[in-house]
Design a protein around this ligand. Sequence first.
Ligand code: NAI
Ligand code: UGA
Length: 467
Amino acid sequence: MTTQVKKICCLGAGYVGGPTCAVIAYKCPHIQVTIVDVNETRINAWNSDNLPIYEPGLDKVVFDRRGKNLFFTTEVEKAINEADLIFVSVNTPTKKAGMGAGYAADLAYIESATRQIAEVARSSKIVVEKSTVPCRTAESMRTILEANSHDDIRFDILSNPEFLAEGTAINDLMFPDRVLIGGLQTPEGFKAQQALAEIYEQWVPKDKIITTNLWSSELSKLAANALLAQRISSINALSAICEATGADIDEVAYACGCDSRIGPRFLKASVGFGGSCFQKDILNLVYLSEQLNLPEVAAYWKQVVDINEYQKKRFVSRIIKTLFNTITNKKIAVLGFAFKKDTGDTRESAAITLCKDFIQENARVKIYDPKVSEQQIFYDLSEPGVTYDIKDLKKRVTVVQSAYEASTNADAIVVATEWDEFKELDFERIYKSMNKPAFIFDGRLILDAEKLKSIGFRVHTIGRANF
Ligand SMILES: NC(=O)C1=CN([C@@H]2O[C@H](COP(=O)(O)OP(=O)(O)OC[C@H]3O[C@@H](n4cnc5c(N)ncnc54)[C@H](O)[C@@H]3O)[C@@H](O)[C@H]2O)C=CC1
Ligand SMILES: O=C(O)[C@H]1O[C@H](OP(=O)(O)OP(=O)(O)OC[C@H]2O[C@@H](n3ccc(=O)[nH]c3=O)[C@H](O)[C@@H]2O)[C@H](O)[C@@H](O)[C@@H]1O
C-alpha cells in the first residue's frame, strides 16, 4: 500500500512551481494543490487576470482550476502543515560571493525552505526536490529535516527534477518525454517514489516514469542541461567555421541532424543560448567536478559556456566591423529581448550582452520585444557591467512598441530573438524607413536573406559567409 497524496504544497511560485503544480491540479482534480511564495506581488499576480508569467496555454490551465483545487497564497506555514507532499521549487541561482562565487549554486533558498518545513511540520511529509541542485543536495536536506523535526514525524526525500522549457512549458508538462523520480533505495524510499509516481500516472504513461536512486536523479538534471547546451555550443562553434569558409550552418546542421544517432533537434545556430538555467547549471557542474578533484572534466564543460560567450562577442564584433568599424551614435534596432521566443523571460538573454556592448560603443539602441516590459529592459541593462546610470541609459536606449518603430531611421537591425512575427514583417516598408546602406544582422537565422537582399538590404547571418 502506498501513501495516497491528497494535498500538495509547492514552495516557490516561479516559472517552474507555477506551471508544474497548475498542471498537476488540472490533471488531478482530486488533489488540493497550494502554491506558496514569499513574494506577495507574485502571488497577487497569480490570483489576478494577469498572470506573472507569459507561457502559452498557462492561463487556460490556471483559470480552470484556480479557487477549486488550485490555490496561490503567501500563507506558507499553513500550506506546509496541511500538505502530505511538498515540492521545493525555489530559485537556485549562481552564487555571487563567497566560496564558489560565479560557479556554485546558491543553496540558501533551498536551505531556508527546508528549515521552514522542519520547523512547521506537525505530520509526516514527502519532500520533493524540484529545483535544480548539485548532486547530493538531498543528503543535506535530509540532515536538516531529521535534526530539526518534531515528535514522531518522518520525512521522505525525493528528487524530481523538472525538464520543461519556457515557451513550451504546458505542452512539455502535459506530454513529458519522461518524468524522473529519484529516491533512497530503502522500503520507505520506494514507497515515497510510488506515491509521487501515482500522481504523474494520472496522465503520463507508466513507461515514461523513471525511478532511480537520488544521486542519479540529481545528476541527470545537470547532465541533461549540459548536453543540450553542449549541442548549441557545438553548432555555434561550427557556425564560425561556416562564416570563414562559405559553408552554411543550416545546411550543415540539416546534413548532420539526418543521422539518426545525432538527430535534428537543438542544432539551431544562434547568437548564443540564454535562459536562467543552461549557464548556471553547467557552471554548477564545473564546480562539482572541481570539488571532486576532476579538473579535466571541469575544463571540458566550462568550454561550453566559454564558446557561448565567444559567440555573442563574435556577433558584436562582426556588427561593428561591418558598420565601418564604429557604431558611435549609430542607431541600432534590436528586435527581441527575451532569451527565446514565446516567453517574456530575459534571464541571461543574449540580447542583454549585445545591447550592453552597443551602449559601451556609444550606439543609440531602440529595442522592441512583444512580451518584455520597458521596466524589465532597463532593469537588465542597468545591471553591473554598464557604466551608465538609468538617466544616462535612457539617453542611449529607447524601448518601442513595434519593429517598425524600432527600425525607423536605424542604420542596422539586429535580430536577437526568434519571435515568429519578425518573419512576417513588411521589409519593403522597413527598408524605406532606414538610413542607407541598410544593414540587417540575423542572429537567429529566421529571415529570408535572399529576399532581403533583393529589396536592397545588406544582410549578415550567423553561420553564413558574406563573400
Ligand atoms: N525556469 C525554468 O524553465 C526551469 C527552472 N528549473 C529550476 O527550478 C528552480 C526554480 O526556477 P524558477 O521557477 O525559474 O525560479 P523563479 O525565481 O522564477 O521562482 C522561484 C520562486 O521561489 C520563491 N521562494 C524562494 N524562497 C522561498 C521560500 N522559502 N518559500 C516560498 N517561496 C520561496 C521566490 O520568491 C521565487 O518566486 C531552479 O532551481 C531552476 O534551476 C528547472 C527547470 C526549468
Ligand atoms: O532547466 C531548465 O531551465 C530548462 O532549460 C532548458 O529550457 P529553456 O532554457 O527554457 O529553453 P531552451 O529551449 O532550452 O532554450 C535555451 C536557449 O538556447 C537557445 N537555443 C535552443 C535550441 C537551439 O537549437 N539553439 C539555441 O540557440 C534558445 O534560443 C535559448 O536562448 C531546457 O531545454 C529544459 O529542458 C530545462 O528544463
